[in-house]
Design a protein around this ligand. Structure first.
Ligand code: BGC
Length: 451
């Protein structure tokens, strides 16, 4: 597992117990951090990203630490195909729903997080409910280049399961590492920067993912491509960083789509949610932008459509609208999709959709629709299914791994975003993508339908 692969400091973790040790899931390192770097017994200080190391369940393996330096070059493509891909022939897209007829592969990374989280819960009923979450298929995020080799491990695993069971496996991934990522916010700022060769590094990151996929042509892969990126181009051109990133986001997304299509990955481009691009003034420019990207990427049948509500909290479909949605006729994801879909078609793209419902179980919990960070009171939502309210929706999915934070509430952190300090945000919260135990427990307790 990746989490176990990099240790903040194996030596530090072996230091005498006399040092104050940090509890499980506490921060133990990262940019700007000056506290203790040791964890209590049974936990290891693990580098999650350059900003954050966290005490995660596990025991210390005495290997030398691998400490990336800012000048370190990103890995180079090396894999040799173990299974030769169709010699010379590019894969051909199928016209139907790419999820149909496949089992959704369970993320071992998420399962490990959930099992460790459940171990911390003493109430047996709640623990049993928490454990059920590990069997709910959830997307695997590739949010840093060093995680890319893990895709090969998951695909090999899925391929073995497929051979052993005779049931076709589908691995769900999120491609999320654009340069100057999360341009209108701070919480998920990424590792690549446009002023530092970020575009070349991004293309290399995509190539590494694609090289892994190429080795396992027998396993189907579905990707959500770059959450929030193109949506920012529709509404946040007043933000300097977004304006500066416009050309790069387009180039990066088009590159990712082309490369993923070349190895038969079915892609859904992220298009925000009802409360973002679903507003009347934002719909037409969105229709134009997403269709243009589809065409620029070669109009491949592998570019299957659009993903909505990723990591958000909106209802799929409700007649009982949340008061915060007033003034927007598209107050849920079905309404948003019904509004966007004809605009895409007008512009030449007959797109299908998938909708994240992982954390949409409870409604009417936000003070403003634009609040997205660790919203208090959220619950796990509708389970992934191909039984959807619109033929335009291929699947209801869980994209955001519930229990991983949206952003830190530590006001002194480099990636602190004021949304994570709002009164409806659950606090204290750790860095984006790291485990947030209390939030996970709340998602389990508030799950709707119940676990
Ligand atoms: C974070 C990523 C993380 C993803 C899934 C994003 O908000 O920036 O690091 O992988 O959420 O939890």
């Amino acid at each position: 597992m990746l989490k176990g692969a990099l240790f903040f400091s194996a030596l530090a973790a072996l230091a005498p117990i006399a040092l104050a040790q940090k509890p499980l899931y506490a921060q133990c390192g990262g940019t700007g951090y000056s506290g203790d770097t040791t964890c209590v017994a049974g936990a290891v200080c693990t580098v999650v990203n350059q900003f954050y190391s966290q005490c995660l369940p596990g025991t210390v393996v005495p290997i030398p630490p691998v400490t990336p330096t800012p000048t370190q070059s990103v890995p180079v493509v090396i894999p040799t195909p173990t299974v030769p891909a169709n010699p010379g022939l590019p894969p051909t897209p199928e016209s139907g729903n790419p999820f149909q007829g496949y089992d959704l592969y369970l993320s071992p990374y998420y399962a490990e997080e959930v099992v460790a989280a459940a171990a911390q819960i003493s109430d047996p009923t709640l623990k049993a409910k928490a454990l059920k979450v590990k069997d709910i298929p959830t997307y695997i995020w590739f949010d840093v280049v060093r995680k890319t080799p893990d895709l090969g491990k998951y695909l090999a695993d899925a391929s073995n399961i497929q051979r052993a069971t005779g049931r076709k496996q589908l691995v769900q991934i999120v491609v999320y590492d654009l340069p100057d990522r999360d341009c209108a916010a701070a919480a998920s700022n990424g590792e690549f920067h446009l002023n530092d060769g970020g575009m070349a590094k991004y293309k290399n990151y995509v190539d590494l993912l694609v090289a892994e996929v190429r080795r396992y042509p027998d396993v189907r892969v579905v990707a959500v491509v770059e959450p929030d990126s193109l949506a920012n181009l529709v509404t946040n051109m007043n933000v300097t960083k977004c304006r500066g990133a416009e050309a790069a986001y387009k180039e990066g997304v088009v590159y990712a789509l082309r490369q993923l299509s070349s190895v038969g990955v079915y892609s859904y481009i992220d298009a925000g949610h009802a409360g973002w691009l679903g507003w009347k003034d934002n719909l037409a420019p969105s229709g134009r932008l997403f269709s243009q990207i589809y065409k620029d990427a070669g109009s491949s049948g592998f570019i299957r459509g659009i993903a909505t509500n990723v990591a958000n909290y909106n209802s799929l479909s409700t007649n009982n609208r949340d008061p915060i949605t007033k003034d927007n006729d598209n107050w849920d994801e079905v309404r948003y999709i019904n509004a966007l879909s004809p605009l895409l078609r007008q512009n030449g793209w007959n797109a299908q959709f998938i909708v994240d419902q992982g954390r949409s179980g409870v409604q009417n919990i936000r003070q403003e629709w634009g609040n997205w960070c660790n919203v208090r009171g959220a619950g796990f939502g509708m389970r992934p299914t191909l039984s959807t309210p619109l033929s335009a929706i291929d699947a209801i999915v869980w994209v955001k791994p519930g229990g991983e934070a949206d952003g830190t509430s530590d006001t002194s952190a480099v990636r602190y975003d004021t949304h994570c300090g709002k009164s409806d945000a659950h606090k204290p919260a750790p860095e984006a993508g790291t485990w947030f135990q209390e939030y996970f427990v709340a998602l389990v307790q508030n799950a709707n339908p119940p676990l």
